[in-house]
Design a binder for this molecule. Structure first.
Ligand SMILES: [Zn+2]
Length: 301
């Protein structure tokens, strides 16, 4: 049995010999329950359970904070997702799940600052919905990316079937056999559930060396990695059109065979939320965990 497992059956509170953890013994909820078996696990306990798997964690500076609710909420169900959208929150309510673990911000900026949104009616609606149902939202971004093997990249690479072609923590994969850009795009769409995507390149050009950068790494990081690794294609979550896309256009005009595939941010990292769902199912099996893909905010036509 994995010693990290926090199966509810372990919560027979009868002294240090049972729990063996100062952290858990100091929890007021558990002390209240002394001598009885409790099924209660709080938001804070579940967060700590994951955080203790991360090298050098907890981090002093991180965006991985609670965006609503608090650590003491007793968890009735977990939802994992890329974005805690209003739609995802409504589905969580219908599932009677009160703990949403999201990879990206809830309030439309990296730090989830809300002061500037106080008078905004979309913000007010969402914050009130979370409050009404006493839902905790935890952003798990820095931590999941900081696992010994980045949890997001690991699941993306597994889904793409590329684990034999490179290391999940490394940016470049050497495909064997080499795919045409068209076949690479079709493969990524199928494996990552992407209905349509944007690209730059000649569909028949060979793509053997793939620079894989899920999410939104930013133009400078994407361009530096192209420079350092000389890939046939950059496969990424999103680009700023005025940065990386223009660089790729110029590189091609200069004669490089560089291609670009833009999967969409949510699609490119949603596997990380599936990774988290599987993690919770293994470590806290008594609590129901549901993975709700947030989907792409943008449509194509
Ligand atoms: Zn990410």
């Amino acid at each position: 049995m994995n010693t990290n497992s926090l199966n509810r059956r372990k919560f027979i509170v009868n002294g240090a010999s049972v729990l063996g953890s100062a952290l858990i013994m100091s929890d007021p909820l558990i002390i209240l329950a002394a001598g009885v078996q409790t099924n209660a696990l709080t938001v804070g306990q579940i967060m700590d359970l994951f955080i203790k798997e991360i090298p050098d964690a907890p981090f002093a500076n991180t965006v991985d904070t609670l965006k609503s609710g608090n650590r003491d909420i007793v968890v009735t169900g977990i939802v994992t997702t890329m974005f805690a959208t209003i739609e995802v929150i409504r589905k969580a309510v219908s599932l009677k799940a009160n703990f949403i673990v999201a990879h990206e911000p809830t309030f439309y900026n990296h730090q989830d600052q809300t002061k500037w949104l106080e008078d905004d009616d979309v913000y007010q609606y969402k914050a009130a919905l979370l409050k009404e149902h006493n839902i905790a939202v935890w952003r798990n971004h820095d931590y999941v990316h900081s696992l010994a093997t980045d949890g997001v990249r690991k699941q993306v690479v597994d889904q793409l079937g590329w684990s034999d072609f490179g290391n999940a923590n490394q940016p470049v994969f050497s495909l064997n056999p080499v795919l045409s850009l068209k076949d690479l795009i079709d493969h990524a769409k199928k494996k990552l559930g992407v209905p349509a995507l944007r690209y730059i390149g000649n569909l028949s050009q060979p793509c053997g060396r793939v620079l894989l950068m899920p999410g939104a790494a930013g133009g400078m990081s994407q361009i530096r990695n192209i420079h350092n690794h000389k890939p046939d294609v950059l496969v990424c979550g999103e680009v700023s059109e005025w940065e990386t896309a223009e660089y790729v256009r110029d590189a091609r005009a200069k004669g490089d065979k560089l291609a670009l595939v833009v999967l969409g941010h949510a699609a490119s990292e949603e596997p990380g939320s599936l990774f988290m769902a599987r993690w919770f199912r293994e470590k806290v099996p008594a609590i129901k965990t549901t993975h709700l893909p947030a989907g792409n905010s943008l449509s194509f036509r």
